[in-house]
Design a protein. Structure first.
Length: 160
């Protein structure tokens, strides 16, 4: 019985790790497409992207960067401390409200890698029966960021 429980637990741990890798891969393919729907990004020649990470999530940030499509238009940097010199910020952790307010005030685009958790980001990923882009229209409006309305037809809208 103990061996069965050990094998069962190990299987769950391995599956959860694989799910995170698959989720990162999906987000790395989805987020650049969303970025092209943002009015003030689709006309830029170079989009500067910051993956904001803490010490615990640095490996996740690196994996995400490796999954991101290789495109000369995207310049990706991993940050341990927030600064305002980038166009897009992708958080690997739950961002603090002061960080979000500062980014929104400066009209920066905010993504989160945490599934089903978009209250402190403009975009994320929703996992339910299906996987959807998760959109926070409140932060988009507060930052006065315009986006192609097609995303609202295919995404899940965050409601406070």
């Amino acid at each position: 019985m103990k061996k069965f429980l050990l094998c069962f637990s190990l299987g769950i741990i391995l599956f959860a790790g694989e799910l995170n890798e698959n989720l990162l891969y999906i987000e790395a393919k989805l987020y650049p497409n969303i970025m092209m729907l943002v009015d003030n990004l689709n006309c830029k020649k170079n989009i500067k992207i910051a993956i904001v990470s803490n010490k615990q999530n640095i490996k996740i940030a690196q994996k995400y960067k490796n999954y991101f499509p290789k495109n000369k238009k995207f310049k990706i940097t991993i940050l341990k401390k927030l600064n305002l010199s980038f166009d897009v910020y992708i958080f690997t952790y739950q961002a603090q409200k002061t960080e979000i307010k500062n980014l929104v005030k400066n009209k920066k685009i905010i993504f989160t890698l945490l599934p089903n958790n978009v209250q402190n980001a403009m975009f994320g990923i929703y996992i339910g029966i299906k996987v959807y882009p998760f959109i926070n229209p409140f932060l988009l409006k507060e930052a006065n960021i315009r986006i192609n309305p097609i995303i609202f037809k295919v995404g899940k809208i965050y409601e406070k």
